[in-house]
Design a protein around this ligand. Structure first.
Ligand code: IMP
Length: 184
């Protein structure tokens, strides 16, 4: 029964409308990878993926970056089972390695209110990196409540709740190859 439910919710159905197709996303990620490779030419990157939503974006992005890099992950609390931000952010999994003196690139799936990124940036600056930049696949600037702007962004989108390509609703839909608007 559980498997059947997952299968049903993993397919694109009447609840979802495609916003960006797989091919469009892949093309944009290649461009981001090229831009980041140029900007960090001659340097080494420390890439921090924010679990779980950024995993799929990160795995495509790093394969398009041509400078030496290390990868680590952090997990912070976000929406839980609802589509509204609680505003409360806490660390669920910390980095395994030190970031002191390193050029950090935070990889996010989406910047919405900006509360998660604000928390992450404040937290990581306290560890004395050499530099800190943010790349996000999606940016929803209309919903921002804190003053934070990603350095690189795949697509700027209006205020829709989106799923797929790593983004979830109640942990479903992360594996969808496209980015879709979820009708609630
Ligand atoms: P923020 O702290 O409000 O910027 O939210 C960041 C996190 O909320 C993201 O990393 C996502 O996990 C989640 N989130 C925000 N908007 C969406 C959405 O449209 N779909 C899925 N998750 C979202």
């Amino acid at each position: 029964m559980v498997i059947q439910k997952e299968r049903r919710e993993g397919a694109i159905d009447n609840n979802q409308k495609i916003l960006f197709e797989r091919g469009e996303i892949e093309k944009r990620i290649k461009e981001l990878g090229a831009q980041i490779s140029r900007d960090y030419s001659g340097k080494e990157l420390f890439v921090i993926g924010i679990l779980k939503g950024a995993v799929i974006f990160l795995s495509d992005l790093v394969r398009n970056i041509e400078v030496p890099l290390k990868i680590d992950f952090m997990a912070v609390s976000s929406y839980g089972a609802s589509t509204k931000s609680s505003g409360i952010v806490r660390t669920l999994k910390d980095l395994d390695q030190s970031v002191e003196g390193r050029d950090i690139l935070i990889v996010e799936d989406i910047v919405d209110t900006g509360l998660t990124l604000k928390f992450l940036c404040d937290n990581l600056w306290q560890r004395h990196p050499k530099s800190l930049k943010i790349v996000t696949l999606l940016d929803k600037p209309d919903r921002r409540v804190v003053d934070i702007k990603p350095d690189y962004s795949g697509f700027v989108i209006p205020d829709h709740f989106v799923v797929g390509f790593g983004l979830d609703h109640n942990e479903y839909y992360r594996h969808l190859p496209h980015i879709c608007i979820l009708n609630e």
